[in-house]
Write a protein that binds this ligand. Structure first.
Ligand code: ARG
Length: 486
């Protein structure tokens, strides 16, 4: 297929390219469209990527016309032969859209007529661009979301591989971006994997609802010809047909829902990106980026910048924008088809292209980064992050949590004002701060001990993190099997 993203001619068809006009609606007009209208209405520069799907639905439609005895055996085989030849020419770039073509459907009808002559005109019976475009976009997205799922799972895997190496690496866990409690760095990385797995699961749910075929709805009311929408649906890999022909051509829920999933995935990438930006600062210094995934400064020779992470964060704005664009287009549209609906495609394509560009870069960045386990572990206990462990120790001794919280609060204030850490307080000072603070509290002032102690399901104890990692790996395998099946 000719991808307009890489084919500048397809992206900017010129008048010089133009073949004789093959408008699909010339009959009742005595004048050609003005140049201004043509320029506004043309969509072929972006909908051309739907060509393979439009050809697939044309083949299915031709078979249904044949079964309805609206095409003879010879006409059907000539039609299928011409569609195959056209597909080859589209793929090789021999056949290209021109600015006169208005949209992908017009361009492909021209290509068919050029190869088949007037019999090509029979294909249009019983269908409309309204049900065609709704069908094409669903077909396109059902393929694209599977590729997106693979890219999300690649990122999930890169994070999981790093997590695997750092299950036992203590890191400061944060709330409010302040040291809270020590956590396993592997646990922290897997906390970014879970949203990605949910994204993939959302795409799978989406696919169940998107897998119904609008083809057969015609312009809006269905067809008076004896077509068989269930057959075309099955041939195109759909699981069923739309229930209502008016809804079939008006509905873009599938596009909006996809854009929501894409926007939310963008938000997840943004949150990963933000943490990586922080972790690469000299203040944190927890990770170092591979040279292939970092950039320099044109003036400051020492700089090594986390641009991939920043772009992952920045692109989320664009993904959210695409969702808002489509919802705004749809709001208040009367049924059935309106030309406004043509505005559905660019946000969808942009979201697909954006994620297809960001995800491999982020995956490479994470897969190749070096984790400075020494620095991370050294700062794990700072900021009195073991204070909760002391309080919970007192609870185990029978002290009400309220009193334990208060006692440890005093201890922290005392440590702050004397500029010492929790373990540096003498027995006498502990006792003076609170009678609950016996020398036994020292037993819980160990970071590995604090991690191991949090062994409730879903907790940061390395044993639990390993279990989580096993389940994550199984979910990744399962997601890949779905995304690559058939
Ligand atoms: N290019 C159009 C779109 O994307 C195709 C459908 C045109 N239908 C029509 N009635 N003008 O929506």
């Amino acid at each position: 297929m000719v991808d307009p993203a890489t084919n500048s001619e397809a992206r900017h068809p010129t008048v010089a390219d133009a073949a004789p006009a093959t408008r699909l609606w010339g009959g009742r007009f005595s004048a050609s469209p003005s140049e201004a209208l043509a320029k506004l209405s043309v969509s072929v520069q972006f909908d051309w990527r739907l060509a393979p799907h439009d050809l697939a639905s044309s083949r299915a439609h031709a078979r249904v016309l044949h079964r309805a005895q609206l095409l003879t055996d010879d006409e059907l085989s000539a039609m299928l032969g011409a569609l195959d030849a056209l597909e080859d020419d589209v793929r090789s770039g021999t056949f290209r859209p021109t600015i006169e073509d208005e949209d992908v459907h017009t361009a492909l009808e021209r290509g068919l007529l050029e190869r088949l002559g007037s019999t090509g005109g029979k294909l249009r019976a019983g269908r409309s661009r309204n049900d065609q475009i709704a069908t094409d976009l669903r077909l396109y997205l059902r393929v694209a979301v599977r590729q997106l799922a693979v890219a999300l799972l690649d990122l999930a895997e890169a994070l999981s591989d790093q997590a695997d190496r750092h299950v036992d690496t203590p890191a400061p866990g944060m709330t409010h971006l302040q040291h809270a409690q020590p956590v396993s760095f592997g646990h922290q990385l897997l906390a970014h994997v879970q949203p990605l797995l949910r994204d993939v699961s959302r795409l799978r749910d989406w696919d169940v609802r998107a897998a119904v075929s609008p083809l057969g709805a015609g312009a809006l009311a269905g067809s008076s010809l004896p077509l068989d929408p269930a057959r075309t649906a099955a041939e195109l890999g759909f699981t069923g047909v739309t229930e209502n022909s008016i809804d079939a051509v008006s509905d873009r829920d599938f596009a909006a829902e996809f854009l929501f999933v894409a926007a939310l995935a963008g938000v997840h990438l943004s949150r990963i990106g933000e943490e990586m930006v922080l972790w690469t600062t000299s203040e944190f210094g927890w990770i170092e980026l591979d040279d292939r995934y970092a950039t320099g400064s044109s003036i400051m020779p020492q700089k090594k910048n986390p641009d991939v992470a920043e772009l992952a964060r920045g692109k989320s704005g664009r993904l959210i924008g695409s969702l808002v664009t489509l919802l705004t287009v749809l709001k208040g549209l009367p049924l059935a088809y309106d030309r406004d609906l043509q505005e559905d495609k660019e946000p969808v394509f942009d979201a697909i292209d954006t994620l297809a560009t960001v995800l491999p870069a982020l995956t490479g960045t994470i897969g190749t980064m070096t984790v400075r386990a020494d620095r991370m572990s050294a700062s794990a206990p700072s900021g009195f992050s073991l204070a909760t462990d002391v309080a919970e120790h007192l609870v185990r001794q029978g002290v009400p949590f309220r009193d334990a919280h208060e006692a440890v609060g005093h201890l922290v204030v005392w440590c702050s004002s004397h500029d010492v850490d929790l373990h540096e307080v003498s027995d006498a000072d502990l006792a003076a701060i609170s009678p609950h603070l016996t020398p036994e509290v020292r037993a819980v002032l160990s970071v590995p001990g604090a991690l191991a102690a949090r062994s409730a399901p879903g907790g940061t104890a390395p044993s639990r993190v390993r279990e989580q990692l096993d389940r994550v790996r199984r979910a990744i395998t399962d997601g890949r099997a779905w995304a690559t099946a058939g």
